[in-house]
Design a protein around this ligand. Structure first.
Ligand SMILES: *Cc1c(COP(=O)(O)O)cnc(C)c1O
Length: 298
């Protein structure tokens, strides 16, 4: 088997905010510079499955700024597998940092119109070049059973049994499903959705849960700041302030919204005083490179 070395994550206690509530941050952002945070956990079981099935090419889908694309390219590379990214929209004149990173890891990129992207069709040139038996497909964002199973290992990074609440940012909900599956029955799991009006999210998470764990989570839908990858000056000031107070960097797509939500939920006593909260830092810091220079102080 591959020996793949990752840094250990660690839990940072937040003491500086003056809350009675005890908050720890599980620093999954520290495990790897590209395959940061939850992406590694979501991908590893897919990659093992691909190897078991003797597939040589990982194929997945994403937008030009997708952390999932950059992470899949790097992770497939570590496993000695080729990777292909089907990217939504026209080929840009200048590649985003994410796409540049994906290319550097050897990913082959195919740009498709928004319509064919929606149908998740495999472009014809691709089916001429490779035969379908070589390809192993991973859903957009890594959504699916293997993703959720991999994410179950997140709570095994350290002893997490003492926490009353576990809070994480949510895109597809695959990570949250893994957290729900692996938490104790007494622990509450809350997900902060970073998308606006994602009405099917709860259903999609439940699809990844066994009967006895269905609905064992709460979704917060009020912290999207305008929608996926949207931000306001309030969010940016909060992220800078949070870094000043805690030394923890966050990204504007996921974890900035997550920490903002946690602070509000504690202030509003949605998370009651004397709770012990574990906040999952799911990584994503590379996304900040698409912000104008000087926006963030870290
Ligand atoms: C992709 C991503 C998420 C969302 O994970 P899902 O499993 O799709 O819900 C959360 N945080 C960061 C930093 C991400 O890159």
């Amino acid at each position: 088997m591959n020996r793949i070395e990752f840094e250990k994550s660690r839990t940072d206690p937040i003491l500086s905010l003056g809350f009675e509530t005890d908050i720890d941050v599980l620093r999954l952002d520290l495990i790897h510079p590209v395959i940061s945070g939850n992406k590694w956990f979501k991908l590893k079981k897919y990659l093992e499955d691909a190897q078991m099935q003797r597939k040589s090419i990982i194929l997945t889908f994403g937008g030009a700024f997708s952390n999932h694309i950059a992470a899949t390219a790097a992770a497939a590379n570590l496993y000695g597998l080729k990777s292909i990214g089907i990217i939504r929209g026209e080929k840009p004149e200048q590649y985003s940092h994410t796409l540049t990173e994906a290319l550097r890891s050897g990913m082959e990129l195919f740009f498709v119109s928004r319509e064919s992207y929606r149908e998740k069709k495999i472009p014809e040139i691709l089916s001429e070049k490779y035969h379908s038996g070589q390809l192993y497909m991973i859903n957009e964002g890594g959504y699916g059973e293997w993703g959720a199973r991999g994410a179950m290992d997140i709570l095994a990074e350290t002893d997490t049994s003492r926490y009353t609440h576990i809070v994480s940012a949510v895109g597809t909900g695959t990570t949250l499903a893994g957290l729900v599956r692996s938490c104790n029955s007494g622990q509450q799991v809350a997900g902060i959705s970073v998308m606006k009006n994602n009405f099917s999210l709860s259903h999609e998470i439940n699809e990844l849960l066994p009967a006895e764990k269905k609905e064992h989570f709460k979704l917060e839908q009020a912290y999207h700041f305008g929608g996926y990858a949207k931000y306001t000056s309030e969010l940016i000031s909060f992220m800078n302030e949070w870094f000043r107070q805690t030394g923890i960097p966050s990204d504007f797509v996921y974890t900035g919204k997550l920490f903002y939500a946690v602070r509000n939920m504690i202030r509003e006593k949605k998370i009651p005083p004397a709770s012990r909260v574990l906040v999952i830092h799911s990584g994503g810091l590379q996304g900040n490179l698409s912000l104008p220079n000087g926006t963030l102080i870290f």
